[in-house]
Design a protein around this ligand. Structure first.
Ligand code: GDP
Ligand code: MG
Length: 456
């Protein structure tokens, strides 16, 4: 499942990742592709719309575009939103009730209810070390009770023996009595299905529900059934009331979009997923793992966090070293400005320079605001790497281009270049004299004045 979606996302993000700097246009076209990919994967239009708008809102205008690794930041935003869509809440089976705790499995015919009931009972004996009873309430299909009892035997779990002619409500009451008298922890009820939604079935299920008062009412839904699964889920939810969904045939070759839509249209978390025909093929649904799989990345959160941390730290250190050797490039200034913006105020940049704490106050007094920093960053980002390394290349024509590219003016570009030159000189001086103590008053004054002139 999700293979097609995953390969599309991988393509989109590979392309984003290759660009050092992202424009709003880059993000827009990536979002268009994401939208198409989701729709093709059978995710409902409503969910796609919401998804894309949230990702856009978080990606554009904020910290992202100018961060050290914009491509990865956007992957992280998409990842977070996928997790959000799948349901970030605790999706494990809730067993917090006085035993015997009832779990009721409902759903259409052939979706995997009986198989999943047995798998779940098996899983709970294995994982939770509980005493389980399996009960079939399916009297509609001749071999249904027999099917469950065979699976139960295979799993080494007790199933309630059938009494000929007994109706679902009768079986359910008998099971509850046995559950209490024989000290079962959990009773899993497998119910009858229908080919389509059917009011008689809904009534039957409601009656059963009143008797067994389940802690969990799990809709078993076939991942292969696409959008139909969403409609079915809504019907069952409004008629019977669901606490969760078990998605079966996740091992199959489906487009997976239903999974993405079920949770947001019903509000019911996906709790389990069937990944094969064998008893052991039932897994807890893990939104982060699935989202990671869709994006074609393993531990994406770790990856992004580590990347931004490492890049921040090593870059900051390198640029501080270069600065003290008198090699403070525009690239270094850009790095520092990003750092500053992340830290939230101008004091940050001073904190990064060795021994400069003493003049922090003066800098603070100079009233340097964040808008100015963003402008300066934009100017640096609009330069080519060559230009950043060698500002002497920046003739009038290039400065004009950079001003246009960054949405600023040539005057602002000129001011930034002047500031950079002065900072580079100052740092070289500082490097020679071993820190702030060697700085003379005139340099500090110059610096202060220099920052002051960038105000606004
Ligand atoms: N590949 C695969 N097959 C499954 C899965 N869950 C159920 N099945 C198969 O689907 C078929 C119908 O399952 P069943 O439990 O009888 O469906 P029910 O009518 O809803 O009770 C059986 O052949 C199962 O082996 C799954 O997660 N993966
Ligand atoms: Mg069945």
């Amino acid at each position: 499942m999700f293979d097609a979606l995953s390969s599309k996302f991988t393509d989109i993000f590979d392309r984003l990742g290759k660009k050092g700097v992202l424009s709003e246009g880059d993000v827009d076209s990536a979002l268009r592709e994401i939208r198409v990919a989701l729709l093709e994967a059978d995710v409902s239009l409503q969910v796609v719309k919401e998804f894309v708008s949230v990702v856009k809102e978080k990606s554009v205008g904020g910290e992202v575009l100018k961060s050290v690794t914009p491509g990865q930041m956007i992957i992280k935003i998409v990842f977070d939103e996928l997790v959000e869509v799948f349901g970030p809440d605790n999706t494990s089976i809730d067993l917090q009730a006085t035993p015997p705790v009832s779990i009721m499995m409902v759903g259409l015919q052939g979706v995997g209810k009986t198989t999943t009931s047995a798998k779940l009972a098996y899983k709970l004996t294995q994982d939770e070390n509980k005493k389980l009873l399996l009960v079939s309430l399916d009297v509609a299909r001749p071999a249904a009770q027999e099917q469950l009892s065979i699976l139960a035997k295979e799993a080494g779990i007790r199933s309630l023996s059938a009494i000929l002619g007994e109706q679902p409500v009768g079986i359910a009451s008998r099971a509850m009595k046995v559950g209490v008298s024989e000290g079962y922890d959990i009773i899993v009820f497998d119910t009858a299905g229908r080919l389509a939604i059917d009011q008689e079935l809904m009534r039957e299920l409601s009656e059963i529900k009143n008797i067994v008062t389940p802690k969990e009412t799990i809709l078993v839904a076939d991942a292969l059934s696409g959008q139909d699964a969403v409609n079915t889920a809504n019907e069952f939810n409004s008629n019977v009331g669901l606490t969760g969904v078990a998605l079966t045939r996740v091992d199959g070759d489906s487009r997976g979009g239903a999974a993405l839509s079920i949770r947001s249209s019903t509000g019911c978390p996906i709790k389990l997923m069937g990944v094969g025909e064998k008893l052991g093929d039932l897994e807890n649904f893990d939104a982060e793992r699935i989202a990671g799989r869709i994006l074609g990345k393993g531990d994406i959160v770790g990856l992004v966090e580590k990347a931004s941390q490492v890049i921040d730290e090593t870059e900051a250190k390198k640029s501080a070293e270069r600065a003290l050797k008198g090699k403070f490039t525009l690239e270094d200034l850009g790095t520092q400005l990003s750092q500053v913006r992340k830290m939230g105020d101008m004091k940050g940049i001073m904190g990064m320079l060795p021994g400069i704490g003493k003049i922090k106050k003066q800098v603070a007094d100079a009233n340097i605001d964040d808008k100015m920093i963003s402008h300066q960053e934009a100017i640096i980002f609009s330069m080519t790497p060559m230009e950043r390394k060698n500002p002497k290349l920046l003739n009038g024509k290039r400065r004009k281009r950079i001003a246009a590219g960054s949405g600023t003016s040539v005057q602002e570009v000129n001011r930034l270049l002047k500031q950079h030159k002065q900072m580079a000189q100052m740092m070289k001086k500082m490097g020679k004299s071993g820190g702030i103590s060697g700085l003379d008053a005139s340099v500090m004054g110059q610096l202060n004045q220099n920052f002051g002139q960038f105000r606004g």
